[in-house]
Write a protein of this length. Structure first.
Length: 353
C-alpha cells in the first residue's frame, strides 16, 4: 500500500467522511472499517477528555458511536460510550450529528480549518467547546485524499490526518453536577482504516505494533506516529514526526523512532503497558529526543476484543531536548500517547484481574 511520503497541508478531502469505503469490492459490508474524528481536550484546571466521534466503529459492528474518557487529577478515569443505529447519524459536509447526543462542526475558509465547535450530552456528562486552531493540520502525501496507505482496486485504505495539533478556546464541562469552565487546548485529528488496526495473530493489519501521540511544551507542539504494518505488508513503518513552534513547523521528518524502554504489568488490568517511552526525530543538523514518564492510564484493553492484543493510552510528562549546532533547548510539557500491538506479537501468558 505504498504511497509517496511528503508533508503537505491538510485539505477538505481529508476532512470529509468516506462512505464509499464501507464495503469490500464484492459488496460485502466491512465491520472492521474505522471512520472517525478524535479530539483530546486539556482544560486549564487539570481536567482532560479523550473524545471519539465515529461514523463507523469496529467495536460497534461498524455502527456509529460516541466515546468519552474523562480524566480528573487523583480520580479514576470515567469511560462513557453510546452506540447508534446508522439512521441516527447525520453526516454534514464537515462534521456530523449523532442523534441528540453530539454535534461536531468545522469552519473552513480557503481550505483552512478556522474553528471547531463541539457539543456533547452523554449521560451525566455535558461538554461544549469552540476552539480556534493554532497549528495547521498536516497530511503525509501529495495526493488528495492523502491516504497513508492505499490500494484502490482492493479498497484498502488507511489515513491519519492531524486536523489541528493545537487549538485554543473556551470550553465547559459538567460531570454529575460539577461544572468546570475555562480555556481548553485541543488536539483534533481524522482517522480511517478499512483494515483492522490490530488483528488476530497472523492477520493482515494496518498496525501490527505502533506508537502514537502528541504533546504541548510551552510554545512547542508535536505530533507523531511510528506504526508498523503486519507481516502481510512487510512490517513497513509509517513514521512521521512534526514539531511546531507556535504556528510554524520547525522539524518535519520521517526519520523518527519510538521505543519502549521499560514495560510494567498494570495492577488493575493485568496487562502489559509502557512505563518509559523514548522518542527521537532528526533532520539534517536538528535533532529532537524525549522521554515520556509518570503516565496516568486513561484507557487499556484488548483492542477490538481480540484476545492477546494490547492497547494502552496514557497522559505523561514529556522530558525533551531540541539540539542543533552543539546547543540544546529543554522542552517540558504534557503528552497524550498510546502504544498497541495485535495479538501474537507477545507470546507470553497474562492473567487479567
Amino acid at each position: 500500500m505504498g504511497v509517496e511520503r511528503i508533508f503537505r497541508p491538510i485539505t477538505v478531502d481529508e476532512l470529509r467522511w468516506f462512505p464509499e469505503l464501507d464495503s469490500w469490492p464484492q459488496g460485502e459490508h466491512n465491520p472492521d472499517f474505522l471512520d472517525m474524528f478524535w479530539l483530546d481536550v486539556d482544560l486549564d484546571d487539570g481536567w482532560q477528555l479523550g473524545i471519539g466521534l465515529y461514523r463507523c466503529r469496529p467495536y460497534d459492528d461498524g455502527n456509529p458511536g460516541v466515546t468519552v474518557n474523562l480524566i480528573r487529577p487523583g480520580e479514576r478515569t470515567v469511560e462513557l460510550h453510546e452506540r447508534f443505529r446508522p439512521e441516527q447519524f447525520t453526516a454534514d459536509e464537515l462534521g456530523g450529528r449523532w442523534g441528540d447526543t453530539a454535534a461536531l462542526a468545522l469552519d473552513v475558509v480557503d481550505g483552512v480549518v478556522t474553528a471547531i465547535r463541539l457539543m456533547i450530552e452523554l449521560g451525566e456528562l455535558v461538554v461544549t467547546l469552540a476552539v480556534d486552531p493554532v497549528c495547521p493540520g498536516v497530511k503525509f502525501s501529495g495526493a488528495s485524499p492523502g491516504f497513508s496507505g492505499y490500494r484502490k482496486s482492493a479498497r484498502l485504505a488507511v489515513g491519519w490526518w492531524p486536523v489541528t495539533p493545537r487549538a485554543v478556546g473556551p470550553a465547559a464541562v459538567t460531570w454529575r453536577g460539577e461544572h468546570r469552565h475555562g480555556t481548553a487546548v485541543v488536539h483534533a485529528e481524522r482517522q480511517l482504516s478499512t483494515l483492522p488496526l490490530a488483528g488476530d495473530a497472523g492477520d493482515a493489519s494496518a498496525q501490527s505494533i505502533w506508537f502514537w501521540g502528541h504533546f504541548t511544551a510551552g510554545d512547542y507542539t508535536a505530533i507523531w506516529t511510528d506504526s508498523a504494518a503486519s507481516a502481510a505488508f512487510g512490517n513497513g513503518h509509517f513514521s512521521p514526526f512534526v514539531l511546531y513552534y507556535k504556528d510554524f513547523p520547525v522539524l518535519s521528518t520521517f526519520a523518527f523512532a519510538a521505543q519502549v524502554e521499560q514495560f510494567v504489568v498494570d495492577p488493575t488490568t493485568g496487562m502489559v503497558r509502557p512505563e518509559v517511552t523514548t522518542l527521537r526525530a532528526w533532520s539534517d543538523d536538528l535533532e529532537f529526543s524525549a522521554r515520556l514518564v509518570d503516565g496516568q492510564v486513561s484507557d487499556q484493553f484488548e483492542l477490538n476484543g481480540r484476545p492477546g492484543s494490547l492497547y494502552c493510552r496514557q497522559v505523561s510528562t514529556v522530558q525533551g531536548r531540541l539540539a542543533q549546532w552543539g546547543r540544546t533547548r529543554p522542552l517540558t510539557g504534557t503528552a497524550v500517547h498510546e502504544w498497541g500491538s495485535q495479538a501474537g506479537n507477545f507470546p507470553f501468558p497474562r492473567t487479567a484481574k
